[in-house]
Every structure is written in C-alpha cells, then in structure tokens.
Ligand binder design. Structure first.
Ligand code: X2X
Length: 340
C-alpha cells in the first residue's frame, strides 16, 4: 500500500513536470530573417531550427519567417521587435541591427576587414565577446555568429575601377547613416531602402546599383534587373547573429538552452561555409557562374583598392570615434594578428 502511494505520488509529480513544460513552451517560436532558403542566410536559419527540433525531440519548434515579414519588411526594426518580444528569435545582420546597437557599425567600417580570416579574427576575439555583452544588455541573448558576407558593388551603368567611376551613380544602401556617408565620400548618390524595396527600385531603374554578397546577387538573380557590372572590392562584410529574446530564453530549461546554443553554433558554422563557397581564390566557381550570365566582374589591384580606402578614410575615422575607439582598436589589432 505504501509502495502504491509512493508510486502514485511519483507519477503525479512526473505529470506536473510534463505539464509545466507544455505550459511554458510555445507551440512555435518565430525566427526572423531578411532572406530565406536557398540564400546561405536562410539555409543556416533552417539548419538551426532543424537541429533544435531533432535534439529536443520536438519540444522546441522553431519556424523561419523570411522577408523581415514579422516587421512588415522593415528590417532595421528587427532588433527592436525582438527586444520587445514581438519576435522570439532572429538570425540578423549586424547592418540591420546597427541603428539600435551602434557598436555593430564596426563591421561596416570601410576596408577594416581584408578577408574571411579577418572577420573570424574579430568575431572570435575579445571584441566579439564585448559585442555580445552589449547585445545581452539590451534584452536579447546572442548565441552564435553566422555570415551574410563581403558586400560587392554592382550597377547597371559601367565598370567601376576608381572612385571617379562611382560619380553620380544612384546606389541603394541599407542600415545606418554610415553607409550614406561612405557612398557620399566616394561621389555616389546613396539612397537608403529595405531589401524588399530594393529589387523593384533596381528593376525600374530608380536606382543604378546596390551592394550585397555575391550569394545574394546570384540567388536573387540581380543580373535580370540590369546589374551587369560587379566590382570585387570587399569594402565591408556583415556577420549574422543567432539570437533569442531574453524572456523566451529564460523559459527554456538549462538543458534546452544548451541545445539551442550548440545548434546555433553549428548552424552558424555551416552558414559561413555556404556563404564563402565559390568566391575564393581556390574556388572561384560562383564568380565564373556570374560571368557566364554576361556580367563583367572587375578585380582591383592593390593600388586601385588603395584609392577607395583613402577616399573613405575620413568616414572611417569619424565613425571609429562614434563606435568607440577602444573597440575599433581591438578589432584592428585582431585583424593585424590574423595577417601574420
Ligand atoms: O538588405 C540587404 O542588403 C541585406 C539582405 O543584405 C541585409 O539584410 C543586410
């Protein structure tokens, strides 16, 4: 009898525990992204959801909402929406969050990062940690880095080899005023708009050009909206950040928190691999594909690159102070060390 009673109580306790989980966890967690699969960005967000589902036996069910649809397409409002809990999770670009997290402008400093090693050096350094601390102080839990990629410039008018070639070109940009200042310094005519608005603007010729990673160029088929001239200048790159609203995070059991974070790290790693495919010296397959579409790809010599760097230097210096000289010094040091 006593045994029965104990068993009965144990069963009750187990039932309550099960119920507690069912009550706390939502039926679905919404992940915001700007682009979905098959863009590397969307693929990495899907991978995150898939790994979490498998490893929690379906306890945590995450779904990707691309097109920044959870914020009506206004991608620069994503961070605020996540902070407020309107969005549970996001795989977001540092550019889109920089209006709210000014320090993330660091990655948009022109010509700070010469190559993929330099990006990894910054995100993997104390600077990367500090940036995560800053995000964590704003009710968002950052879990892992991913990648959108080096942003190459395209336009419908002409090959660009010198800053003078940019003169008067109408270029769509996104994010913070830093982008307006960079393109203004180069003599271009920048206009800020969302990705959703950019594609029709390119197609009607309201703008002449844009800057985005080549994975975005190919998947979005930008050659079909007149973008026939690409210059490989790698002036900035935007990492992605896998993150969860703080309140949502606090409802997850410690075991589930570990699973969600580990899955984000693996999905981020996978996303970096896909984003970097086909655009390196060892594997230029994507570049070849783009050229085969009738697009000219301009490769710059060191001396040509230097002219762009020098033209944008005053913008770099001004924003270095705004972002925080200490943080930017740390990033510069990480980059320098990655070169040696
Ligand atoms: O809007 C863009 O250019 C995009 C898709 O790259 C970002 O969301 C930063």
């Amino acid at each position: 009898m006593k045994l029965m009673k104990t068993l009965g109580l144990g069963l009750l306790a187990a039932l309550f525990a099960g119920q507690a989980i069912a009550q706390n966890y939502k039926a679905e967690y919404k992940i915001s992204t700007v682009v979905g699969a098959p863009f590397p960005w969307g693929l990495s967000a899907e991978r995150w959801a898939q790994l979490v589902k498998e490893r929690t036996n379906g306890r945590i069910n995450m779904k990707v909402y691309p097109g920044a649809q959870l914020v009506g397409g206004d991608q620069t409002k994503e961070f605020t929406a996540m902070r407020q809990g309107v969005i549970d999770m996001a795989v977001g670009s540092t550019i889109n969050w920089s209006p709210q997290v000014a320090e993330l402008n660091l990655f948009s400093l022109p010509f700070l990062m010469p190559d993929h090693k330099a990006i990894d050096a910054i995100t993997g350094s104390e600077v990367g940690k500090k940036l995560f601390e800053i995000i964590a102080s704003k009710d968002v839990v950052p879990l892992a880095w991913g990648e959108n990629g080096f942003r190459e410039l395209s336009n419908s008018k002409r090959d660009v080899r010198t800053p003078a070639d940019l003169k008067g070109l109408k270029i769509r940009v996104v994010g913070s005023p830093l982008f307006n200042e960079t393109f203004t310094a180069l003599g271009a005519n920048p206009t800020q708009m969302s990705w959703a608005d950019a594609q029709p603007a390119l197609s009607t010729g309201a703008v002449d050009g844009q800057e985005n990673p080549l994975s975005i160029f190919t998947v979005a088929k930008l050659h079909t909206v007149g973008q026939k001239h690409v210059v490989l200048w790698g002036y900035v790159a935007d990492p992605l950040i896998f993150s969860v609203n703080k309140q949502v995070w606090s409802t997850f059991s410690p075991e589930d928190q570990k699973i969600v974070q580990q899955a984000a790290i693996e999905a981020g790693q996978y996303g970096k691999e896909v984003a970097r495919k086909g655009i390196t010296k060892d594997d230029p397959s994507t570049l070849k594909e783009i050229e085969a579409l009738g697009v000219t790809i301009t490769r710059l010599s060191d001396a040509e690159l230097k002219a762009f760097r020098e033209a944008t230097r005053p913008v770099y210096d001004k924003w270095k102070t705004r972002i925080g000289a200490e943080l930017v010094n740390g990033a510069e040091k990480a980059v320098a060390e990655s070169r040696s």
